[in-house]
Design a protein around this ligand. Structure first.
Ligand code: AMP
Length: 312
């Protein structure tokens, strides 16, 4: 009898080759993708099963980087063709990416096939990818071995524009939504961010986290709202993957503890904020991949102190 691999956390999203330009420099054909940043951040807390697709051009060194961590790659398919490619640029304070090019390549025909272990993962993250693919994953989920399941989704302006209805249907099927401020506004149709958060909360999920780049993140839950600033960093070099690394820290911490009360979410936001701070201080995954769980705990303690209003 073979024993099934299990993991407390599964993610479906993109694994990409990115070209990125920021005021701090440029990087070409570097490792990126929503599932990639998410998995590297989450693997600082728990084992994560990555579901995605790459092309035949995906460099061995990038696969090795992922395989060398607590990331199960049995759900990472290699398909005929080229890996998903994204080119983007950040200007000024780098709070928003300008997409220069998106080549779906192998993603165009990707249909995720989840193993039993992925289907029963207690925590599932639908990272930024086509909403139709997010639905396909939701359709395949089975009850976890014990306890309740937590499903959280992310998205991006491209999908808000081209797959709006399927995306709104995803919102009705998940517990949580993570979006940035621009996405919250365009998805909800509300200019005011608080109104946008409230409206998205009414669209299905029981919590919504709106990320605001260097200004931190807002949590909207039925029973309370909460705001957390970013970890104070002076040297931001490449914000790519900040949102996905935030999600990885958040859900990694929740999956390691197996709870998702509002208090747990608030605590996990500290970890999401910290993993995002490591991601943005270098290009691609160079910084985040070098971090240890002890480094994460140290920054978490610093961030708690940063927001503590008591004197001394
Ligand atoms: P973030 O900065 O956290 O929003 O995520 C950046 C990552 O998302 C990059 O590494 C890109 O490869 C990936 N990405 C860019 N556009 C898309 C898209 N339309 N769908 C899914 N992933 C994308």
């Amino acid at each position: 009898m073979t024993t099934m691999a299990t993991f407390p956390l599964a993610v479906v999203g993109t694994v990409a080759l990115d070209d990125v330009a920021t005021p701090a420099g440029e990087a070409r054909a570097v490792l990126g993708g929503s599932a990639t940043y998410f998995s590297v951040a989450a693997s600082l807390f728990t084992r994560v099963g990555l579901v995605g697709v790459v092309g035949e051009d995906f460099p061995v060194k990038f696969r090795e980087l992922l395989a060398g961590r607590d990331i199960d790659l049995s759900g990472l398919e290699t398909a005929k063709g080229r890996t998903f490619h994204w080119a983007g640029r950040y200007d000024g304070a780098m709070n928003a990416a300008t997409t220069l090019q998106t080549d779906l390549n192998v993603l165009e025909t990707f249909t995720p096939r989840l193993s039993e272990a992925h289907r029963r993962a207690p925590v599932v993250f639908l990272a930024n990818i086509a909403p139709s693919i997010q639905h396909s994953v939701l359709d395949q989920l089975l009850p976890p071995a014990s306890g309740a399941r937590l499903v959280v989704a992310d998205t991006m302006n491209l999908w808000i524009d081209v797959q709006r209805e399927p995306l709104l249907a995803v919102l009705r099927r998940v517990d949580g939504l993570l979006v940035n401020d621009q996405e919250a506004r365009s998805l909800s149709g509300e200019k005011n961010l608080i109104a946008a958060g409230r409206r998205l909360l009414g669209a299905g999920p029981r919590f919504v986290i709106v990320k605001k780049g260097e200004h931190g993140a807002f949590l909207f839950a039925k029973d309370r709202a909460f705001a957390l600033p970013s970890y104070p960093l002076e040297d931001v070099r490449d914000p790519t993957g900040a949102g996905d690394s935030f999600a990885g820290g958040l859900l990694g911490a929740l999956a390691a503890g197996r709870h998702a009360t509002t208090a747990d979410l608030i605590d996990a936001m500290i970890y999401g904020t910290v993993t995002a701070s490591f991601a943005v201080s270098t290009f691609s995954l160079d910084g985040l991949a070098r971090v240890s769980p002890a480094d994460v705990q140290q920054r978490a303690a610093e961030l708690r102190r940063f927001v503590d209003p008591r004197p001394g």
